[in-house]
Design a protein around this ligand. Structure first.
Ligand code: AHG
Ligand code: MN
Ligand code: MN
Length: 345
């Protein structure tokens, strides 16, 4: 009989990787898994109940907020509050960070940054959405958490993950020792290890970008897109274009099949659109841990020093060789030397 490993069992087994740990991080990850199951139940019912549509409020980004965003945000904050390991949550849905005030969280050591529902505009068309999270340790021993403790570089993450509510529901996470994926078996209500030690292919043939914004892209990105579209047998071009519009889902495909996901600066979003703390950093940590690469066009996403909770950044993430190629196109624009688009030149 095949042995099934549940998320809970796996987390406990892996605790041995951190001899200094007392199980707090394991409990925190378990709490995230519990909230993910509750959100999954609601996402699955979204077409049935009158839960879709705007609440009439906007979030801190000034974007329309769907009811499921609010629901997911409440569920994750509630699970993290009752777990006792998290002292503060920085969520896409809150202007300021949310301090956890429960008595059991008084000495909590962990900070969670979260996009509770990613790709929320896809909920009313039954397309995959996700949750993206990032976990840091407090830098101070005790006392009220200061903003500087939350604004840590991505290299300081102790864990990160995402949940994808798709044709099946999966939770994928890393604690800095590789990446593992778990699929929810609805019949037993458990996430089961289905994708152990995930590795992203070094190269790929899929590019993923909102090409409708083409005229607004920097020249290096325009040149790279044209490169993807040129016929060249040696490099299997033209590449395939795939764009779901939920970062979690687009990155999940990229992780499994190889490829590149791009959200560059645009003339209307001069700092990029995606958020560093709860979208780009966790995904960069996961993709690097799987053997891939994530940059903002000039440097590593994980080394950006954050100045604001809701800071945005351009991102180029995926198979190492494809991300390297985009960087080449950026550099070519800087030095005004065009790159040949076919292998023969
Ligand atoms: P969210 O629903 O959390 O605001 O995130 C949406 C994000 C991300 O998931 C996706 O990659 C991107 O926005 C899509 O943006 P465009 O519609 O501009 O392509
Ligand atoms: Mn998002
Ligand atoms: Mn969101």
């Amino acid at each position: 009989m095949t042995k099934v490993t549940t998320l809970g069992q796996f987390i406990i087994e892996k605790q041995a990787d951190f001899p200094y740990a007392k199980g707090e991080l394991s409990r925190l990850l378990r709490d995230v898994g519990i909230a993910a199951k509750i959100v999954n139940r609601e996402v699955n019912k979204a077409g049935l109940v009158n839960i879709l549509g705007d609440t009439g409020t906007t979030n801190v980004q000034g974007e329309g907020q769907k009811k499921l965003d609010v629901y997911a945000d409440e569920q994750f904050i509630s699970a993290l509050s009752s777990g006792g390991e998290c002292c503060v949550v920085a969520s896409e849905e809150h202007d300021e960070c949310v301090s956890i005030k429960s008595e059991i969280s008084r000495n909590a050591k962990y900070i969670v940054c979260i996009d509770p529902l990613d790709g929320s505009s896809n909920t009313d068309v039954n397309v995959s959405v996700g949750t993206i999270f990032s976990i840091y340790r407090r830098t101070a021993a005790d006392g009220p958490v200061q903003l500087e403790e939350i604004l840590q570089e991505g290299t300081k993450q102790v864990a990160a993950g995402y949940v994808i509510y798709g044709s099946s529901t999966m939770l994928v996470y890393t604690t800095g020792k590789g990446v593992n994926g778990f699929t929810l078996d609805p019949s037993i209500g458990e996430f089961c290890l289905s994708h152990p030690n995930m590795r992203i292919p070094k190269n790929g043939t899929i590019y993923s970008i909102n090409e409708g914004n083409y005229v607004k892209f920097p020249q290096g990105v325009k040149d790279y897109i044209k490169y993807c579209q040129v016929e060249d047998k040696a490099t299997s071009r033209p590449f395939t274009s795939r764009y779901i519009g939920s970062m979690a889902a687009d990155i999940h495909r990229t992780l499994i099949k190889g490829g590149i996901f791009l959200y560059p600066t645009t003339s209307s979003h001069p700092d990029g659109k995606l958020r560093l703390m709860y979208e780009c950093n966790p995904m960069a940590f996961i993709v690097e841990q799987a053997g891939g690469k994530a940059t903002d066009g000039s440097g590593r996403i994980l080394e950006i020093h954050p100045e604001h909770l809701h800071q945005r950044t351009p991102i180029f993430i995926g198979s190492t060789e494809m991300v390297d190629k985009v960087e080449e196109f950026f550099q070519a624009v800087d030095v005004a030397v065009p790159i040949p688009v076919t292998a023969a030149g």
